[in-house]
Ligand binder design. Sequence first.
Ligand code: CO
Length: 153
Amino acid sequence: MSGPLLDHIAVACTVLEDVLPLYTEGLGLRLLGVEAVPTEGVRVAMLDLGGGARLELLEPTTETASIMGFLARRGPGLHHIALRVADIEAALAQAQAAGLEIIPPAPRPGAGGSRVAFVHPKTLQGVLLELVQPGAGVHGDAPPAGPAAGGTL
Ligand code: CO
């Protein structure tokens, strides 16, 4: 069995329009799309990092978004990294056996039919890590059909 692959790196920002050109025009990354995710209180811009990996820029759209707390405490910057796994139950069991705390304890639905869970940063030396089991049809190196689909930019 192969190990996990990089799925995305997420960056918290305060104003998406200010940051996006730095990555597209400044660094030449291709914008895959922008989508509002009302359930998380964020707007997400997805950029192609190649090899099926993406850079996710997260902007809060409500005062109660969980990312607001992060921005208030630490300001804009790296928020989490996400690894793609084939079997999220097996990955969580392996992580928990090694002492990592999973939040929430069971995977929850993510974009594009995926299932996701996070490793609490207090058990991973300050790193918030997301585990993603892709939904059917969005696995592999094809352009992601999840949150980027139907973007407005
Ligand atoms: Co993520």
